[in-house]
Design a binder for this molecule. Structure first.
Ligand SMILES: Nc1nc2c(ncn2[C@@H]2O[C@H](COP(=O)(O)OP(=O)(O)OP(=O)(O)O)[C@@H](O)[C@H]2O)c(=O)[nH]1
Ligand SMILES: [Mg+2]
Ligand SMILES: [Zn+2]
Length: 318
């Protein structure tokens, strides 16, 4: 990383000769109380600590956060985070902020897809106005028909589904074009190939990718912290381990169906007010399911999440 000349750090309104200067940047990594802050326009990052005031206010700076920093002229590369700028959205676990998109990665071979995780993540995206994208990876190692089978589950939702392979390069150009210019979090089970995909998408990478061990079917060098990586053209990719399990967000169980676009609950006009769409006779959604218009896997996760949210609601004061 290059050390900047004085001229390329924004004027702070402070006196000339002042040992500190102010700048705006974005946290690309936070480990052990040290934050790597990217300074756009300077083409470098600077290591910062958070001011004590954050701890007192219970604020935790996150990867993806836009911040104002105070940089020391005398100690190049070191500074303090002064202020967190307003967030567009955030995830607590994993801790990341300001994502535009989420790439949810599924494997067409091993490990077998976890539809509960996938559908929880899709709901999380809907709630935060983050654009989800489904990536069916390892197309090279798939049984015949498997990719089509997975595509058919998500096609009715209208979410973009792209088939890719890190081995053959299939779909990678299309993916790179789609993600250019945005901040994308990669999510999905361990071993589906998130780090490998990101490695292929960025010019230079410091990420470790693990060979899937036959015994435990898990990447050996599993990603352990959130880190934003710059793409060659423009945009950032966020590698994080925390999205390989995800706790369902709290939504009204009665509204859950609204987060499944293909249910089209406003369009079908279920005849019952407050229909759960699970057991009522003559329910319009169940008719759609019987007609094969709703993928079974999607309806199954709906039924499971509905029960979980209803129970959470009933126990909310306990
Ligand atoms: N056949 C095949 N193998 C792949 C492909 N992409 C990734 N892999 C392999 O899958 C294994 C796991 O890949 P990683 O990129 O480490 O997976 P990850 O999703 O980052 O895993 P965690 O960091 O543990 O969450 C590695 O052995 C990769 O070489 C692919 O397109 N085809
Ligand atoms: Mg990884
Ligand atoms: Zn209904």
């Amino acid at each position: 990383m290059t050390v900047p000349g004085k001229k390329d750090v924004k004027a702070s309104g402070k006196q000339a000769g002042d040992p500190v200067e102010m700048a705006e940047g974005m946290i690309i990594k936070g480990v052990g109380g040290f934050y790597e802050v990217w300074l756009p326009g300077h083409d470098r990052s600077i290591t910062c600590k958070a001011k004590g005031v954050f701890r007192r206010e219970g604020l935790v700076p996150l990867a993806g956060d836009r911040v104002r920093i105070e940089a020391h002229r005398t100690e190049p590369g070191q500074g303090f985070i002064e202020e967190l700028l307003p967030r567009k959205n955030l995830f607590v676990r994993p801790p990341v902020a300001n994502m535009d998109r989420m790439a949810i990665v599924l494997s067409a071979s091993t490990p077998a897809p976890d539809f509960h995780l996938t559908d929880k993540l899709l709901i999380a995206c809907e709630l935060r106005h983050i654009l989800p994208l489904l990536l069916i990876n390892k197309a090279d190692a798939a049984e015949p028909g498997r990719v089509e089978e997975l595509k058919a589950i998500y096609a009715p939702s209208g979410y973009p589904v792209i088939t890719v392979s890190c081995r053959t390069g299939e779909g990678m150009a299309e993916l790179g074009t789609l993600l250019a210019g945005s901040m994308t979090a990669f999510a999905g089970q361990s071993g589906v190939g998130k780090s490998t995909l990101m490695n292929a998408l960025i010019a230079e990478s410091h990420m470790a990718t693990g060979e899937l061990s036959d015994k435990i079917q898990r990447g050996k060098h599993t990603t352990r912290h959130a880190e934003l990586l710059p793409m060659a053209r423009s945009g950032w990719l966020c590698d994080t381990a925390g999205f390989s399990t995800y706790q369902l967000d709290t939504v009204e169980h009665g509204d859950l169906g609204l987060y499944y676009p293909e249910f089209d609950l406003e369009g079908i006009n279920c005849r019952y007010q407050g229909c759960s769409h699970l057991k009522e006779q003559g329910c319009a959604l169940q008719e759609k399911l019987d007609a094969g218009l709703i993928p079974k896997s999607r309806y199954e996760t709906y039924a499971m999440f509905y029960a979980e949210l209803k129970e959470r609601h009933e126990n909310r004061y306990k």
